[in-house]
Design a protein around this ligand. Structure first.
Ligand code: FAD
Length: 245
């Protein structure tokens, strides 16, 4: 939208970016667990949602797993040979900080985002909770998403290692949930669009994706994205005669 020359009087277009920062704990079991088999992400721990923490077991595909394992060459090959015995799981936080996206000449759209200290602390707690759960499920060793962390071989080692604060910069994080850069609000001073995705000040332009979210929703966003898109499309069809398309 920004590249198309659109501006929002709210000043919020491209701002208010939430990303649900995510960390992955890699656990090795003695027996095959074939995490790729069955329903993707069938299990989540929602017990800590009021802390803004969702723990999910997400089976990473081989290329994604190879990308996050802290090894190269032969060593990486040996770890990957255990793929059927590996479970990847981890915390996702409902982030308290926000970032922005803006076009940078010659580079295209660039994302700017700083993790807050509070979110880093919750991620470290989520990593510990996830690793504890994996040991309780029978994992023999886990790799933590923390630079320089040794292989952890049991809950006692885990507690000792995480007794000290984890430096924010050492957390290995990623995001697959980008939200909020065209946030909706009926008040054009606060939101880029109205609550049915109509871009304030540009009749007939409807937003229908994750950028509408006023903030992080703390859970997987796809169903909400689909629900909003269908709702906004329905409203567009109902009111089509009033737009000059
Ligand atoms: C690896 C991965 C795993 C995920 N797993 C889950 C999950 O398990 N559960 C869940 O709920 N969510 C998951 N998500 C998040 C989910 O996919 C996103 O939140 C959701 O797809 C966002 O929907 P969207 O419509 O906002 O954007 P998108 O789905 O990204 O749709 C944007 C569309 O716009 C198109 N486009 C871009 N630029 C232009 C242009 N200039 N002109 C025309 N078209 C354009 C793109 O090609 C794309 O089709 C995952 C995301 C990733 C990357």
């Amino acid at each position: 939208m920004t590249r198309s020359g659109l501006r929002s009087a709210s000043g919020q277009l491209g701002r208010n970016l939430s990303v649900h920062p995510n960390a992955v704990v890699t656990a090795f079991f003695d027996q095959d667990v074939t995490g790729w088999h069955g329903v993707h992400q069938a299990f989540q721990v929602r017990e800590f949602l009021d802390e803004g923490l969702l723990l999910t077991a997400t089976n990473l595909t081989p290329p994604m797993l190879a990308g996050i394992l802290p090894a190269y060459g032969r060593e990486l090959g040996e770890l990957m040979a255990d793929y059927n015995r590996i479970v990847t799981a981890g915390p996702l936080v409902s982030d308290t900080g926000t970032g922005r996206i803006r076009p940078v000449p010659g580079l295209g759209p660039q994302v700017f985002y700083q993790l807050t200290d509070h979110d880093a602390e919750r991620l470290a707690r989520g990593v510990e909770l996830t690793a504890e759960a994996l040991f309780a499920a029978g994992a023999r060793r886990v790799l933590l998403p923390v630079d320089g962390a040794p292989v952890v071989r049991g809950p006692d080692e885990l507690r000792r290692l995480l007794a000290r604060p984890v430096p924010k910069r050492s957390l290995q994080l990623f995001s697959v949930h980008l939200m909020g850069t065209a946030r909706m609000s009926e008040d054009p001073r606060r939101g880029v669009t109205g609550s049915f995705g109509e871009f304030h000040g540009v009749p007939g332009l409807i937003v229908a994706d994750a950028s509408l979210f006023p903030g992080p929703i703390g859970i997987n966003p796809m169903e909400t994205v689909i629900a909003l898109a269908m709702r906004n499309a329905r409203r567009l069809v109902e009111r089509r005669d009033s737009y000059e398309l």
